[in-house]
Design a protein. Sequence first.
Lengths: 479, 159
Amino acid sequence: MFEAKRLHPAAIIFNLIRTVREFLFAIILGFITFRDESLLYFVLILAGLVVIFIGASVLTWYRYTYRIEDDELRIEYGVFIRKKRYISKNRIQSIDLTSGIIHRIFKLTKVQIETAGSGMSAEASLSAVKLEEGEAIRAELKTSGTHQQAADDPHEETGEWAEKTNPSSTISFKRLFIAGTTSGSIGVILALGAAGFSELEQFIPESFFDETLEWVIGLGIIILIVMAFFALLLFWLLGIAGTMIKYGKFTITKNENELFITRGLLEKKQSTIPLKRIQAVGIQESIIRQPLGYVTVFAEIAGGSANKGEDFSSILFPIMKRDEVEAFLETFLPDYAGLHELTPLPKRSRKFYIMRSSVLFVLIVATVAIFFPSFVWAPVLLLIAGVFLGRLRHKDGGFNVQGQRLTIRHRVFSRNTIMLYHKRVQAFEKKQHKVQRLQNLASMTLSIVGRMGTGTHFTIKDLEESHVDELSDWYSRRN
Amino acid sequence: MRQPPVNRIAPDAIKAWKISAALAEGVIWLVTIALFVLAFIFEFSYWYGAGAALISMITTVLFVFVLPKVRWRRWRYEVFEQEIYIQHGILIVSRTLVPMIRVQHVDTKQGPILKKYNLASVEISTAATTHEIPALLEEDASELRDRISALARVDEDDV
């Protein structure tokens, strides 16, 4: 792969789309301003712009070349200012292949290459190459890493591995559907809807609101409730669709030293997680899924970029039954297999948990009771929910030490069980305030390497002080 | 972690903290004075100014005269061959263990106030966290930095 290559010409389309998207707002604004008197000029200007955009896209494509040489991926680009970016093979952390709808029409893929601690976007991104070319690039860039690994472990070269088919697991349609119905993404979609609406608001004439309001008031309260119900139902269905599109055909495969994940119904995404980059493995039980016995298995991974959203490369399997986790980990991550009984929090720490999760609502109840006594039931309901959540948080907190492995469990809203190894912990902190000291309680925080060079911190509050001391002795390297 | 770390930070830290707290309080006092002036010009009640003065007074006593001493008394650190042990915090006492092999780099820092008292602070960074030992004597700080840096130079297993 020494000769410099250009991307597939379809990359021109992607360049064009990107440029148009950047100017879209200006174009719409122009249209609104000029729509009456000088529309003709506007159309002329627009036509000129389109020609320029197309020209620029073609030039950008023409000037963009990549090659693999001397164990480096070398990209040269830039129309007026030539830029060269060389990425050394052994600095590459992950290579993701993504195929959007346009990609799939032409049998193409987008290759995204990341190095450690890269910031917001991928270090290098080849927006359109042939699928087999993309796979070849990945194979080529990955080789150095795998050789090194193989040298570390002689057993893997005996051929025993090659004969074995790599273990793999795919999500079933039924499970996918359950994942969608319990995704709880309603809230997210609602928020998005609200945000989108507030953007739109400025383009809707004032009278529209007044008329709608009169109409709605005319309908009466019952119809309003029915409408709200249908709106929620619609969002719920959208949530199901969203989850199905995102996690459709989710497949995880284990190769020698990495996990390989493919997912997506419309846009196909592939990503690799090197096993040695996994910092911790977690089991998440959301408040909706927990009573049904379903969990999500995820991993905390060092490095990676932020814009992909943490739920992409870190989700190892979107949904499975709680009792299937053991077998799953046994197959894919044997180091993390074996769930152990956790040491619970002491009873006397429950009051702290309940206080923390309800103190805000107590204040709200007090305020509402003074100013709007007839509405006091609403915050009281919240207060009850807060107390209940506090009790749950207390009940679910716990830890277990098994040799080098530590398991901790805590709840914010979802219950997370996290398994991590001694060598992955970057720092250990014990915290204690005056009241805790009187009660012989203490909190602890464990820090591990997180995404984008920032740490991920796990805090468990109000443990038995002697337990925290035992854990600190476990962590300490002095003895 | 049952015993606190043994080393204290430099006693001059109290003075340095007092000065920086006093500077911050100065701003608050300026706001208070401004409130009085504005109340005089625009003829609104002086009670706002009085309230601000009370708040300024209380925070000044607390942050300039009381807390630096308490904070100093709490601040302890100890550097072992294998790890760094730090204790700090006024209301919430926090004790942190940082293993040497997790240390990525060590810095010493010195602002104008610390410089006045020949002090410097040491900042220890791991891949996930940063920890600061504030206000050591300059030579202690650089000696500590070099020592941690030397101890941290052990074979690293993969992160």
